[in-house]
Ligand binder design. Sequence first.
Ligand SMILES: *Cc1c(COP(=O)(O)O)cnc(C)c1O
Length: 466
Amino acid sequence: MNIKLEEDLAHWDMILEDVKNRSLDFLNHLNDLPTYAPDQRAEAEVLEMNGSGTLKSLEMFREKYQKLMVASPGPRYWGFVTGGATPAAIAGDWLTAVFDQNTQGTKGSGDVSAIVEKETIRLLCQLLGLPEDFNGGFVTGATMSNFTGLAVGRQWAGKKIGVDVSREGMSSEIVVMAATPHSSVIKSLSMLGFGSNNLFKINVLAGREAMDLADLEAKLIEHNGQPIIVNCSAGTVNTVDFDDIAAIVALKEKYSFWLHIDAAFGGFAACSPAHSHLLAGWEQADSITIDCHKWVNVPYDSAVILVRKQHDRLQVETFQNTNAPYLGDPSENFSYLNFLPENSRRFRALPAWFGLVAYGKSGYQWIVENSIARANELGNYITGSVFFELAAPVRLNVVTFRLRGTEETMGFLDQMNKNGKVFMTPTTLDGISCVRAAFVNYRTTAADIVTAINEMEAAYHIVLKH
Ligand SMILES: *Cc1c(COP(=O)(O)O)cnc(C)c1O
């Protein structure tokens, strides 16, 4: 055996001890680590003939790269929609690497991990109040989840006009409609052969990001006879607006279309009794996207696609990995190999399984409601502030705001982020630059909101020079 491998194998305990200590060092300092690294440059390396061994590599990594890392799993990283990682989830993720299973669930390959994956999907559906009507699988993120749901929708749509898209290729007859789709839906349209330009945009309601249902119905009538996929947003990233799912479901009964719901983070409104009404009717969807590295608070990369069990066959037609025509009942001869885009897959469900089992329904209700409470604290401050104003009401866990009466919002954001205590990201609403703060991390406390408000006011005064 190579000498370095041999040495490493003889020192598992030292290696894992070192990893444990480094992990504790990072996790225990997350509150103080900067949320911004001004200098992200690192010198290029040359691959040595003889390796350094793991202990030395750990040292090298720390010196060279670890200092450039930002506290994105920390309590004041509010950019994008960034979840944290709970202790249970980190435990599951470590073991995922240790067990190193290839989760397919074909006989002899990742059998147990596929069983755990199916079980985790059932637990997740119970958390979200969804019936046992869905099959699901883990993919890398909501982007791949949207891709997968829309791919099965495409197969369904093709069948409506006698085209087996998975075998014969794309049909330009298929229409996709949405009002305020996430950018990853547009990306999926490009990956799936629809073409990102070919989305039929539904009008939004005045001052909202939600669909104007009269316009949706008009477009459904206009395209009568063509197979249609409707992509619905259950939580837009800018204002966390929800399409009226129950009303869309009523239209689905009248006009028949594939209903895909992108509920990447908004689906967790189901955990809060005061907010679950936002999802009314979503159990009637054909496919649903749920991100786990957002509000399940597992490490990257983890998301789920749920597809109605009645569409099993369409899903297998879409992702079948063998050339032989699929025979028999997919649920009897189940393998993830024929259900999802990837073939070889890590034991991705394990961190989510640990999180769900460790914290249960009340734990996730607490995580979700804690985030919502923090968003409202910041929202309430902004409402009463002379410096800032809300760009949209705080509907769930995102605060979108701008500076009052000046165009300096982007300068303000740069100034605030640079200080490394709190991190937010830019967006535009109706063509106006805004700042977004998204609350998705169980670590965030009321004290963090106070810290952030101080940072916001300090940056405001520097940028406006008073
Ligand atoms: C985050 C998000 C996505 C994309 O998710 P990734 O996990 O980054 O792939 C899609 N849709 C919505 C609504 C999101 O919030």
